[in-house]
Design a protein around this ligand. Sequence first.
Ligand SMILES: C[S@@+](CC[C@H](N)C(=O)[O-])C[C@H]1O[C@@H](n2cnc3c(N)ncnc32)[C@H](O)[C@@H]1O
Length: 136
Amino acid sequence: MQQQWSAVDNYLIKALIPGDPVLDRVLENNHRAALQSLEALGECPAFDLIFIDADKPNNPHYLRWALRYSRPGTLIIGDNVVRDGEVVNPQSADERVQGVRQFIEMMGAEPRLTATALQTVGTKGWDGFTLAWVNA
Ligand SMILES: C[S@@+](CC[C@H](N)C(=O)[O-])C[C@H]1O[C@@H](n2cnc3c(N)ncnc32)[C@H](O)[C@@H]1O
């Protein structure tokens, strides 16, 4: 099922943005686990916008990859970082909460980033996202 959706996504994206070799490489690998497809990406120009929204325990790894493919001006967005307020609970046994906590701490300590977090309340409840601006 996952592979079928990947095929549909790839078809639509290629129809909208034809002939981009980096995008083609991303799409060739988007049926794989994200860390594997990132390993396969290789050399490519920095991205303008990076959206992190897969498995939260791996968020710290995704941030390292995001920094690798960033340049001054890149915007890195991380979704689902409030988690019903659990993100402020250092004792949480939820590995997603711990992944997000580490992700936010890494952003705060990273001199290349200026970052903030915003909370949201919607149909899915109380959550939020981080915005990080790459400044060097
Ligand atoms: C919170 S959903 C977000 C989906 C999409 N960004 C959206 O807003 O509709 C997380 C997605 O990450 C995918 N995912 C989870 N773990 C993953 C992994 N290790 N590699 C790639 N994708 C993963 C899930 O299948 C799911 O589709």
